[in-house]
Design a binder for this molecule. Structure first.
Ligand code: PRP
Length: 184
């Protein structure tokens, strides 16, 4: 889905699909350098990270493997309390492996802090984070993130994995959702 297809639902276009792809390509080149000769496992956080992980992995020149987790947030109210639960665990044993957690967005940072603590306990050789987007103004905890695509404003954004009520995830770019859409 292209920005032109939903332009009326967006109050602002933040990034085009091409801009995001270019940045993911740059991050992939850095990841390739950093993990040269290492056993790299990309850990995607369902559902939003599907697009970021797929695009990143296809830009990598070195071999890597992929695995997925799903984390329940119990809806927005409970997310802010930090009560989270692993809904789907990794299939792989990660002890001694180099893990790169891949996210579409870091908002409060609560999801990632929970996941990082959980994964650390399994004895990986290393554990780093890559995110396509980050909202610095929304941060509620300190998460060390090695690779950031774009820092963005604290607006309700959709596209490139980010949804509103299940819609817009497959939009190539990233835009601010017009409040008229969720006030309908
Ligand atoms: C989004 C996003 C991150 C999380 C970030 O997932 O993909 O996993 O929220 O928010 P936080 O930094 O405030 O914890 P969401 O729970 O919306 O699920 P989804 O990926 O299935 O849309």
């Amino acid at each position: 889905m292209e920005i032109a297809d939903v332009r009326g639902d967006l109050s602002q276009v933040l990034l085009t699909g091409d801009e995001i792809q270019r940045r993911i390509g740059q991050l992939a080149a850095t990841v390739d350098q950093d993990y040269q000769g290492k056993d790299l496992l990309l850990v995607g956080v369902l559902n939003g990270a599907v697009w970021t992980l797929a695009d990143l992995a296809r830009e990598l020149r070195n071999d890597c493997q992929m695995d997925w987790v799903a984390i329940s947030s119990y809806g927005a109210g409970v997310t802010s309390s930090g009560v989270l639960r692993l809904l789907k665990d990794l299939s792989a044993d990660v002890a001694g492996r180099h893990l790169l957690v891949v996210e579409d967005i870091i908002d409060t940072g609560l999801t990632l802090s929970y996941l990082i603590e959980n994964l650390r306990g399994r004895g990986p050789a290393s554990l780093e984070v890559l995110t396509a987007f980050r909202k610095p103004a929304a941060a509620r905890c300190d998460v060390a993130v090695k690779y950031v695509g774009f820092d963005i404003p604290n607006d309700f954004v959709v596209g490139y994995g980010l949804d509103y009520a299940g819609r817009y995830r497959h939009l190539r770019g990233l835009g601010v959702l017009d409040p008229a859409v969720y006030n309908r």
